[in-house]
Design a protein around this ligand. Structure first.
Ligand code: ZN
Length: 162
């Protein structure tokens, strides 16, 4: 033992057993290392795939944001034009009629007046009776008509059928 030599056969046997055991353990660890490397490779591929998808989503989000902003701009411009047009139209309407219209508009989901088209109120789809139509035909063009069903202002048109 003093020169690093094992002379006892039992010790030698024991050391050989340990060497075999260590060799087996090294082999197991190498297998595990391979498995971990494979898992790492899969995870890296998945990471790259998700990164690419994220980039696509970011690009699409940017496109949609641009489109939304453009649409919002168009809508704002259209609203401004409609508001201008409304102000021009409102100037010609008597104040009391306008007040009635605004009151009905607030009550009737934003539609205060409806056209009478082919004997039907376009506000509520009620077909007017022959008697109602007769009365309308005789009424002064300045008289404000109301639908009996939905109460909206009924606007006579060339297609009213009166
Ligand atoms: Zn109606």
């Amino acid at each position: 033992m003093d020169r690093g030599q094992v002379t006892n056969p039992k010790d030698l046997e024991h050391m050989q057993g340990e060497l075999v055991s260590l060799a087996r353990r090294i082999s197991e660890l190498e297998d595990t290392e391979l498995e971990v490397m494979e898992q790492l490779e899969c995870a890296q591929q998945e990471h790259a795939r998700l990164q690419a998808r994220l980039t696509e989503i970011d690009e699409r989000t940017a496109e949609l944001s641009t489109a939304r902003d453009a649409k919002a701009g168009e809508t704002t411009a259209a609203m401004a034009a409609a508001t201008d047009e409304r102000q021009g139209t409102v100037q010609d309407i008597p104040e009391d009629l306008l007040a009635l219209y605004e009151k009905l508009r607030a009550q009737k989901a934003g539609v205060g007046a409806a056209a009478l088209v082919r004997r039907r109120c376009t506000g509520c789809s009620l077909d007017l009776t022959a008697a109602d139509l007769g009365a309308i035909a005789k009424a002064s063009p300045d008289l404000v008509l109301r639908c009996e069903e939905c109460d909206r202002i009924l606007v006579r048109t060339a297609e009213s059928g009166v």
